[in-house]
Design a protein around this ligand. Sequence first.
Ligand SMILES: *Cc1c(COP(=O)(O)O)cnc(C)c1O
Length: 413
Amino acid sequence: MKPSGPIPPDFVRRDGALMIGGRSADAWVDIAGDTPLFVYDSAIVRDRVARFRAAFPGVSLHYAVKANPHPPLVRAIGSLVDGIDVASEGEARIALDAGVDARHISFAGPGKRDRELAMAIEAGITLNLESAGEADRALAIGRGIGRTPRLAVRVNPDFELKGSGMKMGGGAKPFGIDADQAAAVVGRIVTGGGDYRGLHIFAGSQALDPQALIEAQASALRLAARISSESRIAPPGVNLGGGFGIPYFANDLPLDERMVGDALSAALVLRDPILGDTEFTIELGRWLVGEAGVYLTRIVDRKMSHGETFLVVDGGLHHQLAASGNFGTVVRRNYPISLTNIRDMTKVEDVSVVGCLCTPIDRLGDHVGLPEAAVGEVVALFLAGAYGASASPQAFLGHPPPREITIDGTGIL
Ligand SMILES: *Cc1c(COP(=O)(O)O)cnc(C)c1O
């Protein structure tokens, strides 16, 4: 048997039944009509926002829609956070449709096409510029349509977020403008008639070590001060990035966000005077929504092969690629996994939970310990709230898309 990750403490059982919000997981399947089903509990997201507010007083919080663009979830989050970060025209439309004020939406991401720049400038969305060329195109488009573009500079930092699952800064990167060229682009925005909004410094993702985040935020503050002194322009805002991780695997410990918040508060007190009036933002995706989601998939077949037991389910990597270990991970490890109903904990068996796709990589649980389960029972995969349905190859093999619901208490939003 191999270990699987820790089930978030937000989930409890009542008489063996897994509860999500105020109902059992099986009740949500009945309400939604079928499996496979993603359930996102907005109460858990609210709790994470409250934890952020307590740990980071005076710092703005943005939600990175990339983590989960389910419109009812974005609507729920939109009213709790100070802004939304998007990375495409499609995500921008989701944020606008959710009722988020365009002035609180920022748009980062390489390869923005002219029509995307025009749409953002027209709407009043802030563009986080990824290159000097993009700055020139945005300024020209703004002049062409008679609108002043709101422009920030995304910096490719000259440091990295240590221990992060996905590095997005340090060295040659497709993201942002190299730190030593950033001041020149800031100057170009101002002389070119743009509305300069500030700097965006994102160094990486999925960090659980508070010390690594503390160092990255301190480095981001120093870099923002250096670029601003070089350009002699005080930034209205500095986005310090995010990268807060969640514990996916056995032996992962949850991030101590208060430790990070205390250190940032101390660093902000001592910040360079050029950042005196700057508004600071942290942008988070998975830390806000990852633990709020559960993927529910029903056992279709149970079989033995060479002494191994396989539970074959109606879902798979086409909905929850990350749990199969094929979304940016080097070594495949088990996400937290369980059954929606546990009657007898004494009969735990070693099983592999595999999806319905005809490929050997469709494995959602590898030699996990589950109570004896029969065809028709439902498997719950946790940590499915971020990079699940929208980050998986849904068209692969032609199965139907998953159902998705965002809930609050006992109702669907
Ligand atoms: C992906 C991304 C995020 C969100 O990362 P999480 O790990 O989900 O918090 C935030 N900002 C930028 C620029 C990103 O590319």
